[in-house]
Design a binder for this molecule. Sequence first.
Ligand code: SF4
Ligand code: SF4
Length: 140
Amino acid sequence: MGIMRFAPTMLRQLFEKPVTKNYPAEPINYPEGSRGHIDIDIQQCISCGACMINCPPGAITVDRKNKTWTINRFDCVQCGYCTRVCPKKCLYLNPGYQTPGPEKVTYSQTHIMTEAEKQKEAELAAKRAAAIKAAQAKKD
Ligand code: SF4
Ligand code: SF4
C-alpha cells in the first residue's frame, strides 16, 4: 500500500535530470552574493595593514617593507570585513572556491613598485632623514 503512494514520485524521478552537478567536469554558476574567497588587486595596495589589523581570525599578513600581502585561506572565515576597511578598496570577495589541493598553502601577492612610487618613497626617506638630522642638531 505504502509503495503505491510513492510510485508516482519514483516514476517521475526516473525521467528527471539529476539535481546535482557533475563538478568539476561541469562548471558551477555561483549564486549572486556568494562569498567565495578574498582576492586582491595588489597594484592598488598601499601596504597600510588595515586589513591585517582588522581581520578577526588573523588570516592576513602584510609585510610593509617587502610590499607583500599574504592570506592563509584556511583561517579566513569569509566575513568580508577586510573589504570594508581597505582604504583603497582593492580587496574583494570573489565568487567560487580555490582549486582543492593536498597541501595547506598560503596565497601571497607582491606589489611591484612603479618608477614614480620609487621616486616618491626616496623623496619621503630623504625628508625624514633631514628632519631627524635637524632635530639632532637642535639638541646639540
Ligand atoms: S574575509 Fe574576514 S576572515 Fe577573511 S581575510 Fe577578510 S577579514 Fe579576515
Ligand atoms: S587594507 Fe587594503 S591597502 Fe591596506 S594593506 Fe590591506 S589590501 Fe592593502
